[in-house]
Design a protein around this ligand. Structure first.
Ligand code: ADP
Ligand code: MG
Length: 625
């Protein structure tokens, strides 16, 4: 019989396709099962108007079988089948999709056909060196067999086939050094692949398993029995109406899919209608996975196209600041043949991702309002990620995220949102004040903190590395600037007080210069009236605060430039300051030593290391004896 050549550019395309379109060879099974499922839908659809052409609803099935000796895997369906012409047309031309034609011709809600690209079938050649398709349509005298060994071409000839439908026989390739093909002849591997990719195909996928069973009446003997198993779950949980799904079902689906044995904090399940249609089932875990804050963590949502899995962890579906969300998107608008490479250009997916992002945000806001305790549990686990989101991309997402973040407030040492803080601000308070420390308690102990709280103002107590970067990115909230208490020029004093302090700073300039000289490395020394009972404290001038400099200097590529410009503030009301003023006139040496001691104390209060501990120890001993 004469071998026919594949049409047009098909040869090249076939070669390319076999070797590169799909990253995973194993998806061939998903493609063949999807085609079989489409074929059943087509036959069912026809039977709505011509009942004699169809079967009873529960008779439709897809059967898989392996023959290890012959080295074949067979995928059979009792769907519509293909005539000789259709075999030629649909399988002889690559990128010819009979399913797409069918969809355009039969616009109906009843059909949920998966295929539309016309290349899926050829993925069979990724694992088989010969593919044989026997098919028969309703009312035909005989069946036809299409056969091909790949690029060389194909043959079509009549064959015996009793039932309507299609059998696809794959002659699995022999194993090579790089690739094991024999797993496609193992029923358990096949079962795993069906579970992974085709679990929610809405027709039963069945396969026979040979198992050993104890012989009845004789425990010692076993006999071989054939078990006819259905491999797929058939109805996806997410395709059910949310009202029909129990909390238990959501939970068990979550723990099975995401290997988390703690119940999720929140489940979000909804169907979006409109320009793009999709169903989403999303989960917010109740705790961070052990690798969440490491490089190994992979974010993403699983993508399904009408119940067929097309990508396990699609990173583009989630922004980094919501990377903790687990779940899936199912949309018939997504093409089956999407790959990581074409994903980023996919307009539909982008639209869906945007909508999903908005939904997550709204659900989190709602949770914050309706169940504060739960929200705080969430925030303890993932709050840093949200704060990082504000800071990242030059603050591009700050509008979206600023009302989701919280900080500990000095008021009751409890979490507060910025909105709540501003609403509680007393008359006369112009800025939002914050203090940084290793813990909120330590931040509250900063010398400058008391000046703020004694005025009856609240302080945000920042203790995470990212915190101050987040506030610096926000700059202000509802027109209230964020002010670090440990920066130069805390605007708390009255006009009169400020004037008095300025006068003192001018008249005692000589002393201040002497202290600066003695200590070294400072950008200024000044008198201050905001230190409460402390004699001295450090603050910083210009953009970089002491805490930010600390964080940045921990980074692996920290340079010398990452230093805060330190200002030593001396409490103008403190007896020690009076003592220094006195010594400046009587004993310059001692005055210089005291200045160094004060500086050392101030460093300790700011959580900075002492530059020369030996020198400090010596000075203290001298004072003690
Ligand atoms: P797609 O599914 O994207 O249309 P495929 O390459 O997977 O492309 O299949 C090509 C065409 O072959 C299908 O559109 C369909 O018309 C036909 N076809 C494939 N498998 C079957 C089958 N099991 N039964 C009937 N028709 C089939
Ligand atoms: Mg297909």
């Amino acid at each position: 019989m004469k071998k026919k050549q594949f049409q047009t550019e098909s040869k090249k395309l076939l070669d390319m396709m076999i070797n590169s379109i799909y990253t995973h060879k194993e998806i061939f099974l998903r493609e063949l099962i999807s085609n079989a499922s489409d074929a059943i839908d087509k036959r069912y659809f026809r039977s709505l108007t011509e009942p004699e052409t169809g079967l009873k609803r529960d008779e439709y099935e897809i059967t898989l079988s392996v023959d290890k000796d012959a080295g074949t895997l067979t995928v059979s369906d009792n769907g519509c089948g293909m005539s000789m012409e259709e075999l030629e047309k649909n399988l002889g031309t690559i990128a010819k999709s009979g399913s797409l034609d069918f969809k355009t011709e039969n616009q109906s809600d009843n059909v949920d056909i998966i295929g539309q690209f016309g290349v899926g079938f050829y993925s069979a050649f990724m694992v088989a060196d010969k593919v044989s398709v026997s098919s028969k349509v309703y009312g035909a005298e005989t069946g036809y067999r299409w056969e091909s060994e790949g690029v060389d071409g194909y043959t079509v000839e009549p064959c015996d086939k009793e039932t309507v439908g299609t059998d696809i026989v794959l002659h699995i390739k022999p194993d090579t050094e790089e690739e094991d093909y024999c797993e496609y002849l193992d029923p358990y591997s096949i079962q795993r692949l069906v579970k992974k990719y085709s679990d929610y195909i809405h027709h039963p996928i069945r396969m026979d398993f040979e198992t050993e069973k104890p012989v009845e009446g004789d425990d010692k003997k076993t006999e071989k029995v054939i078990e006819h198993r259905t491999l797929n779950s058939i109805t996806p949980l997410w395709k059910k109406q949310p009202a029909e799904v129990t909390e238990e079902e959501y939970k068990s689906f979550y723990s099975q899919k995401y290997y988390d044995y703690e119940a999720p904090l929140k489940t979000i399940h909804y169907r979006q209608e409109g320009t793009v249609e999709y169903t989403a089932l999303l989960y917010i875990p109740s705790h961070a996975p052990f690798d969440y804050y490491s490089k190994n963590y992979e974010k993403g949502l699983t993508l399904y196209s009408s119940g067929v899995m097309i990508m396990e962890r699609c990173a583009d579906m989630l922004p980094d600041y919501f990377s903790f969300v687990k779940g899936l998107i199912d949309s018939s608008d997504i093409s089956l043949n999407i790959s990581r490479e074409t994903l980023q250009q996919d307009h539909q997916l982008k639209t869906i991702a945007k909508a999903v992002e908005k939904k997550i945000k709204n659900e989190l806001s709602k949770l914050m309002e309706t169940d504060r305790e739960k929200y705080e549990t969430f925030f303890k686990a993932f709050g840093s990620q949200l704060k990082f989101g504000v800071y990242s991309d030059y603050g591009m997402h700050k509008e979206l995220l600023q009302d989701l973040i919280m900080f500990i407030s000095s008021a009751e040492m409890k979490y507060t949102t910025l909105k709540e803080y501003v609403a509680r601000m007393p008359e006369g308070q112009k800025s939002i004040y914050y203090a940084c420390g290793e813990t909120p308690e330590k931040a509250l102990k900063l010398p400058q903190a008391a000046a703020v709280t004694s005025k009856g103002y609240e302080l945000l107590l920042l203790s995470e590395d990212i915190d101050e970067f987040t506030l610096q990115t926000l700059m202000s909230y509802e027109d209230k600037k964020f002010v670090n208490v440990a920066t130069d020029g805390l605007d708390l004093s009255s006009e009169e007080e400020t004037k008095k302090l300025e006068e003192e700073n001018t008249s005692k300039k000589e002393l201040l210069d002497f202290v600066k000289e003695s200590v070294g490395g400072l950008s200024a020394v000044r008198f201050s009236n905001t230190l409460g009972g402390h004699p001295a404290a450090l603050s910083s001038e210009s953009g970089m605060s002491i805490e930010m400099a600390k964080v940045l200097s921990k980074m692996p590529d920290a340079g010398e430039g990452l230093k805060a410009s330190l200002v030593l503030e001396l409490n103008s009301d403190h007896p020690v300051t009076a003592k220094i003023k006195e010594l400046f006139g009587t004993d310059k040496d001692k005055c210089a030593r005291y200045a160094k001691l004060l500086y050392a104390q101030a460093r300790l209060l700011s959580g900075l290391e002492i530059e020369d501990p030996e020198d400090l120890s010596r000075m203290i001993c001298e004072m003690m004896v």
